[in-house]
Design a protein around this ligand. Sequence first.
Ligand code: ADP
Ligand code: MG
Length: 697
Amino acid sequence: MSKISEIFGSNVFSDAVMKERLPKATYKALKKTIDQGLPLTSEVAEVVAGAMKDWAIEKGATHFTHWFQPLTGITAEKHDSFISPTGDGKVIMEFSGKELIKGEPDASSFPSGGLRATFEARGYTAWDCTSPAFIKDGSLCIPTAFCSYTGEALDKKTPLLRSMEALSKQAIRVLRALGNTTSNRVITTVGPEQEYFIIDKKYYDQRKDLIFTGRTLFGAKPPKGQELEDHYFGSLKQRISDFMKEVDEELWKLGITVKTKHNEVAPAQHELAPIFSTTNIATDHNQLTMEILKKVALKHGLVCLLHEKPFAGVNGSGKHNNWSMATDDGMNLLEPGSTPHDNEQFLVFLCAVIKAVDEYADLLRVSAANPGNDHRLGANEAPPAIISIFLGDQLQDILEQLENGSATSSKGTSELKIGVTTLPALPKDATDRNRTSPFAFTGNKFEFRMVPSSASIAAANFTLNTIVAETLSQIADRLEKATDVDAEVQQILKEIVKNHKRIIFNGNGYSDEWVEEAQRRGLPNIKTTVESIKAIINEKNLAVMEKHGVLSRVEMQSRYEISLEHYIKTINIEALTMVDMAKREILPAVIKFATQLATSINTINATGVAADVSAQAELLTEVSTLTASLKKNISALEEAIEKAASLHGDSYEQAAAYRFDVFEKMAVLRTDADKLETLVDKDIWPLPTYADMLFNV
Ligand code: ADP
Ligand code: MG
């Protein structure tokens, strides 16, 4: 491997490349747009396009594409080559400012939730110059936002960019009111930790469920699961290590700062984390990371599963969305410092987050909802579907002081004594970790742990940005009017703690007691994706998105429809796959096995030897009973699918039918099949087992 410093960012049209290749005036103008959000002129775009093209061609690129994130949840690209005929049978390589700024993909095949009438199929992509262009597979990729002919957002990036502006605006108002005169922008920073599974491709290829749905719809528990906890942080197997090395290298080339990698709790599960960056860049990078993980895995004869719950009974995957706010002059607004009790700025921003999370818990919940995550939230390895905040002892103590008057002390940090003199004394963190909280304060940032592993992090972040922008705007309104700002700050903090302390929970979020306690506190516990989707069109939520210009009412309505549609389609595919596998793979195998048993009984009996065939007979009875039940439950599922599919009048009603009828029947069908798997001859069983997949890389 070449030196990291040489390959890092080598496929990125980065700031350094721009500085080197653009005329000074153009570079300055572009930087103004990037850093201060000033509009971009067509002259500047023209020059930038030329430089980008030359750079890309030198790097071997032949095509360019606007790279965007439609509401399908994955990225989209349409490649055009740079070639332009010259009329004499030759070509030149061209790329104009116009092509850089604007693309016109046919939008009719992307989800729009009724936003775009079919006769207005036109969609536009617009260059997001705040996220650098890069080269991938011989194409220059230009990060863009995607909107309809009438300007409505059809993607995940547009609301994200809007929310970043909204938060910056309100945060600066608060900072000014607190006496800050130097900061000009506030950016939100994100570092997403990505969990995933790796299995051998030869097993994947034999499982239609993995191929069509990304998760196993059948599969008995293996004799060994994760109970020994011997996988977590375990040393990497050679094949995995080789795969990870290549992933690192590919990501570094794209300027993605992957830093940490390790085995996760479940067998075959791993995690990767980059160093945090600006939210929209972190979002783009996370999309690329998921893509690279999949691609590189294939090169190694492996398959990367990003689904939230590929294997029942084994931990699923999430994304820990580490989030904070920072000023353009380098201050982390969630940095408590060594004496947080007298850090007014920190306490204001902390309390703004607490209030936002409490008031908009339902919106935050839906921002982390997808069909896969329903298997995780509330199961034993992930936070429950109840949103709560972990603060830890020190901050908890300060909030209590604030509520009772003013905060005068911070519980100190100390040194950790390991008891061996040759080991260094370690500074002890002010708070312990809490892995069970969905929204945990972790030193100088919040970690939103509910986010689904396969989803874009855009929704979680534009939601967070917007709701915090809202509480900051309320705080700014008061501070701007106050004659005694310090006294008003104390008053605001006190009120927030009093009114919103119910959202703070420092205990074990996975316990049953917490579920009951949360109910007493009146915190919502929205268990399913379908139910959570209602929050999108709740008046309070429509109002906050509209007020901050993040999503209009029409755009929210369209997202409501798309989310339901996506749920319906996902469960429909899962259910159909299940029926297909049960009928054409499992049932025939089971019948074959039953026949084998019957043949054995007959053959032995025919010999006239008085041999005991009770084992075969018992097994045959057991298998036949389960087979009859399996067959019955296949028919029940088929009926449920048909019924749900016929309900197209109201999407909510239809989604509910898929969740509360189809989905339930899938679980019933699975039980029979999984029991049969433990009885049937392994040479006859048609599917690779959990043991094969989880322990054979
Ligand atoms: P932990 O291991 O406690 O979860 P790390 O320090 O390893 O925490 O960080 C986890 C992720 O959080 C990394 O991606 C890291 O870059 C990110 N992170 C650290 N500081 C911030 C911050 N101020 N804003 C956003 N993300 C951050
Ligand atoms: Mg973490």
